[in-house]
Structure formats: structure tokens, C-alpha cells
Design a protein around this ligand. Structure first.
Ligand SMILES: [Zn+2]
Length: 283
């Protein structure tokens, strides 16, 4: 908090809670986040201005809203876009708790009868039970390469979100195209664009590829252009294995599952909507 002569400064918001991060800060330099010895960050409640930012759909989509509120509510963070997605998710859960209290109302439909059931999730509980990321994730290919996969950055998540949004919108606009050939062409374009974004995300997720050359020398490739060229020319099974690893890593972080109970069919799992769009409805 900035120092001021304002007699009201003592009444400015104070940290509401402290949280660790799934990354433990392992992947960052000091210009991204300023972590204390305890590896915890202080979390403040949203200001009125932050709440207003969260109501701007464009800013939500391009990641600007989340970047700004994280800088406002977690002063230790300097470059939110450079952080990992799982850390950003965790901070959003913490900010939600700091602003609206520990209890979050959760609703979900019973998978058997469709009845709406409700329960309460605890922010502190979710933060305390988070699992943390390993230093690295790698697998070996049949051909003797070792591929190291890194966790998704928040930047990549925004890219994927925008691509999803555009794809949904262009698919919706398909209905208004009368000519069938034109419709098919538009559908193909949308499909190709989506596939290309997914490929970019896969390339982004590969940290390095190690192997041994014929002369016995070991090599490590970290150059993005070389990794891209390899992925364009390797067997599809390697791409699938990378995607599988990405999926496993993306499950690591704060626990978003909560148990609800149907009176007739017992307990079932429901994902809690901690994402920024839900900030809307919560406020
Ligand atoms: Zn039921």
C-alpha cells in the first residue's frame, strides 16, 4: 500500500488472508512475483473499481480484467500474465474469499435425476488442500527422446479462451449463411483456425526435447522454432502424449471439486465456478 498523509489511510483495506501457490514460485524470476520466505502472498478484497473492471466483457476475455484485479488485490504480483494458469486460478479463489467471505454457495444438478442440489464450499478449505507442481514433467518416446512439458501459462490460457470464443461465435453465425457451400467453407475455416491454435498451445507447452545423437553425443533442444518443426513432422502419438501430460498438469492446483448430496441418489461431485465470470453473479 502506498504511504500517504491522508488521515483515512489507516482505514484502507488490509490483507484478508494469505495463501501459497501451486507453483511455490519455482518457475518465476523476482520481476514476476515478489515472494516472501514463507512463499505466501497477502490477498486483499476487491475495491469498487476492481468490481467495475470485472463487469467489462472485453477486459474479461482478453485477460486485462484478471491482470488488473490481481495486481490490485495481490500486491506481491508484478506480472500476472507471466504466471502459470494454476497460480492465477488459485489467486482468483483467494480474492473471492477475501471479498465475499469464506463460504461459497454451490449449486449442481444430480446426475441421476437432474434435481438441483445445493451446498457450501470453503475458500480456505480449497486453498489448504491444493496440490503443488513438480519441478518438471517429462516422458520418453519409443524413439528414445525425452520430452519435457511445462505447465500452462496464463498467457496461453487467454489465447485458448479467445480462440474458443471466436470459434463459438463463428459457428453461431453459420446458421445465417444460406448457401450450403459457403456454410461448409465457413465451418472448415473455423475448424482449421481452432486446430492451429491448439497446435500453437502444444508447441508452447514443450519446455525441451532431449536425446542422444548417432555419434553418442547428448543434445537438448529448447528453441521454439525447432520444437515446432519437430512437432510438425513427428508421429501423431507423440502429440497425443504431450496433450495427455498437459491435461494431467492442468488438474494440479486448487481443488475446485465439492461434494453435493441428492436426497434420493446420494453424493455427487460438482465443480465450483471460481472463474472470473462468476464474480459477476456473486456481486
Ligand atoms: Zn438425484
Amino acid at each position: 500500500m502506498p504511504k500517504t498523509n491522508n488521515p483515512l489511510s489507516g482505514y484502507f483495506r488490509a490483507p484478508k488472508l494469505y495463501t501459497k501457490l501451486p507453483s511455490g514460485g519455482k518457475f518465476y524470476t523476482d520481476d514476476v512475483i515478489d515472494l516472501s520466505e514463507s512463499k505466501e502472498v497477502a490477498v486483499y478484497a476487491l475495491t469498487a473499481k476492481d468490481e467495475a473492471i470485472l463487469k467489462n466483457p472485453d477486459a474479461l476475455l482478453n485477460g486485462e480484467a484478471v491482470s488488473q484485479i490481481i495486481k490490485s488485490c495481490v500486491p506481491a504480483v508484478r506480472k500476472p500474465r507471466k504466471m502459470l494458469s494454476s497460480d492465477i486460478d488459485t489467486l482468483l479463489v483467494a480474492i473471492q474469499g477475501a471479498t465475499y467471505g469464506d463460504d461459497i454457495d454451490v449449486k449442481g444438478k444430480c446426475p441421476t435425476c437432474g434435481k438441483e442440489c445445493s451446498g457450501i464450499a470453503s475458500v480456505e478449505g480449497a486453498l489448504e488442500t491444493m496440490n503443488t507442481l513438480e519441478e518438471s514433467y517429462a516422458f520418453d518416446t519409443m524413439s528414445g527422446l525425452t520430452i519435457e512439458v511445462k505447465p500452462f501459462s496464463y498467457e496461453s490460457t487467454i489465447k485458448a479462451g479467445i480462440a474458443n470464443f471466436q470459434s463459438t461465435r463463428s459457428l453461431q453465425s453459420l446458421a445465417s449463411i444460406e448457401d450450403e457451400m459457403e456454410q461448409l467453407k465457413a465451418f472448415n475455416n473455423s475448424f482449421v483456425r481452432m486446430a492451429s491454435v491448439n497446435f500453437d498451445l502444444t508447441v508452447d507447452a514443450v519446455a525441451s526435447i532431449r536425446g542422444t545423437a548417432e555419434d553418442g553425443d547428448e543434445f537438448v533442444v529448447t528453441d521454439a522454432a525447432q520444437i515446432r518443426e519437430f512437432l510438425e513432422n513427428c508421429e501423431a502419438s507423440i502429440g497425443k502424449e504431450i496433450e495427455k501430460t498437459i491435461e494431467q498438469i492442468s488438474k494440479i492446483g486448487v481443488n475446485k471439486k465439492v461434494q453435493l448430496e441428492c436426497d434420493d441418489h446420494g453424493p455427487f461431485e460438482q465443480e465450483v465456478g471460481f472463474d472470473p465470470v462468476n464474480f459477476f453473479t456473486a456481486s
